[in-house]
Design a protein around this ligand. Structure first.
Ligand code: ZN
Ligand code: ZN
Length: 253
């Protein structure tokens, strides 16, 4: 176990591609580790393999928060469930993990039910306690029901903000975060997405500036994006530190 004397959160961005992964990578998934346990934010295609590079599925793993039920955010949940089933069977763990997800689309909600996990419906404004962290849930603007997460412990704050359009009315939710993990799905010349329910690199920078956050990590990146260029574009709207997870994927907060 790591030494937690010097930090509250260890954040590992396990995958960061929107829609589909690039070679060797994964779609969306972030591992949050505290002194009291760990959990996942999203579990898209390729994320489980990356998870096993960092951790196993003992009871330290407490659950997964699914922002929404698009495959790039939940595509590996089925395999995660099989791995949980195995971990319970061989005594690696004794507790069911807690899974939070939106209730819609209903066919997808049905697909994330599993006998060896407890599932909970996400709602705007709800509070979740996991791995000693206090998590606030906020509905955001996407093509299907989707939520962002503000995660707080020991006065430190992480905000996970994907997939959504640019919306300054969310500034209070983001305000003062030590780390903002923010989607940037659109850039100059990209054709990865038609754009509905997403924001540009510059809007990600503007979001970070509005919230006066300490650090920004661009996330949910487009397959045809020029990632260093996207970082520069985000920097045209925000003066703080901007990271892209291809360069830095671990944050100690
Ligand atoms: Zn997505
Ligand atoms: Zn989506």
């Amino acid at each position: 176990m790591s030494n937690f004397n010097n930090f509250t959160f260890k954040i590992n961005i396990l995958g960061w591609w929107g829609a589909f992964p690039q070679p060797g990578g994964a779609t969306c998934g972030v591992l949050v580790t505290t002194s009291e346990g760990k959990f996942l934010l999203d579990c898209g295609g390729g994320v489980l393999s990356k998870y096993f590079e960092h951790a196993n599925l003992t009871d330290q793993f407490q659950g997964v928060l699914l922002s929404h039920l698009h495959y790039d955010h939940m595509g590996d949940v089925g395999c995660l469930y099989y791995a949980i089933n195995y971990a319970l069977r061989v005594g690696l763990r004794s507790n069911k993990p807690q899974v939070y997800a939106p209730k819609t689309p209903e066919t997808m909600w049905d697909a994330v039910q599993y006998p060896f996990c407890d599932t909970h419906i996400l709602e705007d404004g709800m509070k979740i306690h996991m791995a000693g962290a206090d998590i606030t849930v906020k509905k955001v603007n996407h093509t299907i029901e989707c939520y962002a997460f503000r995660i707080e412990k020991n006065g430190k704050t992480i905000v996970y903000y994907t997939d959504t359009t640019y919306d300054p009315s969310h500034t209070d939710f983001i305000k003062g975060a030590d780390l903002l993990i923010c989607e940037a799905t659109i850039s100059m010349g990209t054709r990865h997405t038609i754009g509905a329910g997403h924001m540009t690199d510059i809007e990600a920078g503007q979001t970070a500036a509005n919230g006066n956050v300490k650090e920004l990590c661009l996330y949910h990146l487009p397959s045809d994006g020029d990632i260093p260029f996207m970082r520069i574009r985000a920097g045209s709207a925000y003066n703080g530190e901007i990271y892209t997870p291809d360069i830095r994927s671990e944050f100690i907060i």
